[in-house]
Design a protein around this ligand. Structure first.
Ligand SMILES: Cc1cc2nc3c(=O)[nH]c(=O)nc-3n(C[C@H](O)[C@H](O)[C@H](O)COP(=O)(O)OP(=O)(O)OC[C@H]3O[C@@H](n4cnc5c(N)ncnc54)[C@H](O)[C@@H]3O)c2cc1C
Length: 462
């Protein structure tokens, strides 16, 4: 048997464990620090509600082999939903995905401003010099649309002005390459109008993978468990010191798959990496998130599954009405809104009490016509420190330096959103899990660089 230790039981770690379990000579120990698997894609039960960690949908861009597995696992529980989004701009709601009617909602003045901006947009990327998220998107769409939508959205999500964010973020996040793509989107041929969703919440997806490996004697999933130290010598990890549910256990695996945050790996290596790598990793920053849940004693707010709030005057980024993803998740006479509030993990919003959060969000909820304070019967929150990797202007050289060194450890495999410091979707992490398992089982480290290049080209869907 060949042993693999997988660190982290989110979609990437679970998918890697499942795929490795298909190969008879592979043995897997998956260590998950939390009391449950699923990572950011897990859900939770609260009283009679089943809830996700903010807006989660399975995008139709998913790899077909993985979709087939998920259909096998979930059967009729996996349904295809039509997207029902609304973007709030200038005090009005615009349907999302955008269509021919969307622009008209903005009013003549805004349409004129945006059109003039689009007409002045410069097309070839090579024309632009100082490339940041801001310069890249202003080049593609002109200043007015940037100022109205992309700029404030970036500042809220990543906590930096667009001029301080790397242009990679625009590459990853904004699929439209210029005015022609934007017009095509406005005519209704952009974002997919559909998504997959499990009837009892998004958490059924990681849950299905956990179930699929539950009875396999070659796979052990350890909750409340992590890695304390990793000893390496001459380009190989030799020994991993695990903490399995409070007990220290040493093991000598053939491979280690790391899906937990990258800085946590560097801190655990013995001997430590060169100072330049330690310094590079310590410059990587993550944006935290508060997910704030508001229970209303009304049957439903509206038909939309997600409301988008790019403007900085609202403290929240998006609000979902959970039962509009699946009616099976919240009783008919009540409804639950969940809003995601990106913030710094150091103090501020991240450490506000639920009562303080309610005070902060209520004016926005009322102004947007979503809830009145008299309808609120209960509030609660969930908080994540590692929600979004921040692509600031120095991140690329820090990642390059780190990856160049980490690559030298021939039996260490970095995958997932946290392990690769890569803004991504769940289907990307599942895909990475399958690919790393195939590479380990087939002993094909030589082709791993080209897999990493493919992962880097993933586009994030909202
Ligand atoms: C608000 C929000 C909305 C999103 N919406 C969507 C969406 O609509 N569609 C979509 O496809 N994707 C969406 N995503 C992205 C999706 O959640 C991620 O792509 C996916 O969860 C990444 O999976 P992962 O396994 O790579 O990482 P994670 O989900 O972060 O899992 C990492 C795991 O590692 C564990 N861990 C961390 N440190 C350690 C340690 N030291 N030892 C052991 N275990 C450790 C964590 O507890 C966690 O379980 C959204 C993300 C956010 C934040």
């Amino acid at each position: 048997m060949r042993d693999t230790v997988i660190v982290g039981g989110g979609p990437a770690g679970l998918a890697a464990a499942y795929r490795l379990s298909r190969f008879p000579e592979q043995h897997v120990s998956l260590l998950e620090r939390a009391p449950v698997t699923g990572g950011l894609a897990a859900g939770f039960s609260y009283g009679s509600y089943t809830l996700d960690f903010g807006p989660h949908r399975l995008h139709t861009a998913i790899d077909q082999e993985i979709l087939t597995d998920l259909k096998d696992f979930l059967g009729d529980d996996l349904v295809l939903n039509r997207r029902q989004g609304l973007i709030r701009l200038s005090g009005k709601y615009i349907p999302f995905p955008v269509g021919p009617g969307s622009l008209l909602q903005l009013g003549l003045r805004n349409i004129l401003k945006i059109s003039l901006g689009l007409a002045s947009a410069r097309l070839p990327a090579s024309e632009s010099t100082n490339r940041s998220y801001e310069s890249e998107l202003q080049r593609r769409f002109g200043k007015p649309l940037y100022k109205m939508f992309y700029g404030p959205y970036a500042e809220k999500t990543w906590g930096l002005p667009g001029s301080q964010i790397a242009s990679d973020q625009a590459e990853k996040r904004v699929n439209q390459r210029g005015p022609a793509d934007l017009w095509r989107a406005l005519l209704g041929s952009g974002t997919s109008a559909y998504y997959y969703y499990p009837k009892k919440g998004f958490g059924m997806i990681p849950g299905a993978y956990e179930k699929a490996i539950a009875d396999d004697c070659n796979v052990q999933v350890h909750l409340h468990s992590s890695v304390e130290a990793i000893e390496w010598r001459e380009h190989q990890i030799l020994r991993v010191h695990c903490n399995i549910n409070g007990e220290s256990i040493g093991t000598d695996p053939a491979n280690v798959v790391w899906t937990a945050p990258l800085p946590e790996l560097i801190n655990r290596l013995i001997p430590g990496p060169p100072a330049a790598v330690v310094q590079a990793v310590s410059s990587l920053r993550y944006r935290a998130i508060v997910l704030f849940y508001v229970v209303l004693d009304i049957p439903r707010v509206g038909q939309a599954d997600t409301y988008y709030f790019p403007e900085t005057r609202y403290p929240f980024n998006r609000i979902i009405e959970q039962k509009n993803f699946s009616p099976d998740m919240v009783p008919p006479d009540m409804t639950v809104l969940c809003m995601d509030i990106p913030c710094s993990a150091e103090g501020g919003v991240f450490s506000l009490s639920d009562a303080e959060l309610l005070e902060m969000v209520m004016p926005g909820l009322e102004e947007a016509g979503l809830a009145g304070s008299e309808q609120v019967v209960e509030v609660f929150s969930r908080r994540f420190k590692y929600a979004y990797p921040i692509y600031d202007l120095s991140y690329e050289s820090a990642i390059e330096k780190t990856m160049a060194w980490v690559k030298e450890l021939a039996n260490l495999w970095l995958v997932g959103r946290q392990g690769l410091f890569m803004h991504n979707n769940t289907h990307h992490s599942l895909y990475m899990g399958y690919r790393v398992a195939d590479a380990i089982a087939n002993d094909s480290r030589g082709s791993w660089d080209s897999e990493l290049e493919q992962f880097a080209a993933f586009r994030v869907a909202d």
